[in-house]
Design a protein around this ligand. Structure first.
Ligand code: PLP
Length: 357
């Protein structure tokens, strides 16, 4: 058995993979593959509609929210959001809490002013800021709800009347929240939502005033809304896999169950890391992510040894982000407790071996 701790693209439920494979052969007994059907056919329109409905249902979003399935990854959202909502002389509030948030800031700076409410780079982003002030006048506030690389997660969100925008790429559908507090939620699908190739945007169109800048159609939210997320050919297969994944989440018991499992899984790993002197969890306890757990080894030389042992045990995806180093395990919705137990076991074994007990 492979233990898939990849950070994204990452593990998907086995039943989703089976259904997706069957859909490639013969989609809904149509005699055609999902890869062969036109996007403006009733066959795909039903997939799209079901996927949109499931996003709203799982996140319990008000009916007037729009759900879009777009191209370009979360990275395109870094520029699409300011292009649509940040006027040239206006200001948006951003948090610099990690690699992805920083990239979002850099893109926004090309369109208007950015006020950085907090910057965690002094401590390598190993915490979520608590003391920050938000200006009362700004176009919106942008956060990254879960920092995939640094292993931090917002557990208490900024209290603001401004439109709140969140990059939820790495913790979408993993916990219960009042999602209606967010005016725009976006994520690349390739972690908890499905396969790479589609970006989900859930937006409250009433929350944002229109701005004067001309916006090309492909990057204009309103144009996508007006076209029912079918301005051009959507990523048909990736939307299908997202639909299947959301159906699986719902069948398993929805976000309440996803949250409970995420807490159980991450607690096991953090407890081991806290107890074993060979390993050092890098994030402040109150800000730890339930999705991505980041740690180092007491002796830097042990890191490579640990990664080798992971490989021997069929554990993949344990190496930290390429520019950051260290170790990281991602515990997304589809991962089995068996994999978590195997990891905890290995942490104990390695601790004993490294410390020569
Ligand atoms: C929090 C977060 N935001 C943005 C991205 C970039 O996503 P994409 O590759 O879909 O552009 C990632 C990728 O891992 C991420 O984890």
């Amino acid at each position: 058995m492979m233990h898939n701790f990849n950070s994204g693209p990452s593990i998907l439920p086995a039943s989703v993979l089976q259904q997706a494979a069957a859909g490639i052969q013969n989609f809904n007994n149509s005699g055609l593959s999902i890869l062969e059907i036109g996007h403006r056919t009733p066959l795909f329109e039903e997939v799209l509609h079901t996927a949109q409905t499931l996003v709203k249902r799982l996140l319990n979003l008000p009916q007037h929210y729009e759900v879009l399935f777009l191209h370009g990854g979360a990275t395109t959202q870094f520029l699409q959001i300011p292009m649509n909502f940040l006027d040239t002389h206006a200001t948006a509030v951003y948090f610099n809490n990690g690699i992805w948030g920083k990239k979002a800031i850099e893109q926004a700076q090309a369109f208007g002013n950015v006020y950085v409410a907090a910057d965690g780079s002094d401590k390598k982003h190993a915490y979520i800021p608590k003391n920050y002030t938000l200006s009362k006048q700004a176009a919106y506030v942008h956060i990254t709800s879960n920092n995939t690389v640094e292993g931090t997660q917002w557990h208490q969100f900024p209290d603001t009347d401004l439109p709140l925008v969140a990059d939820m790429s790495s913790d979408i559908f993993s916990r219960q929240l009042d999602y209606s507090k967010f005016s725009l939620i976006y994520c690349g699908a390739q972690k908890n939502m499905g396969a790479a190739g589609v970006t989900m945007v859930a937006i409250d169109p009433q929350a944002f005033p229109t701005i004067s800048r001309p916006i090309p159609a492909m990057l204009h939210y309103q144009t996508h809304i007006n076209n029912g997320s079918m301005l051009n050919t959507p990523p048909v297969f990736a939307v299908y896999v997202a639909m299947l994944t959301m159906q699986w989440i719902q069948q398993e018991g929805g976000l309440a169950v996803m949250e409970q499992r995420a807490i159980e899984r991450s607690t096991k790993v953090y407890q081991a890391l806290d107890a074993l002197p060979a390993f050092i969890p890098t994030v402040a306890k109150e800000d730890r992510s339930h999705m991505n757990i980041v740690f180092t080894t007491q002796n830097p030389a042990w890191e490579e040894l640990f990664l080798q042992r992971c490989k021997q045990e069929n554990m993949v995806g344990v190496k930290g982000y390429r520019t950051v180093g260290g170790c990281r395990v991602s515990l997304y919705n589809a991962i089995d407790m068996q994999s978590v137990d195997a990891l905890v076991n290995l942490l104990h074994q390695c601790n004993d071996d490294f410390l020569k007990k």
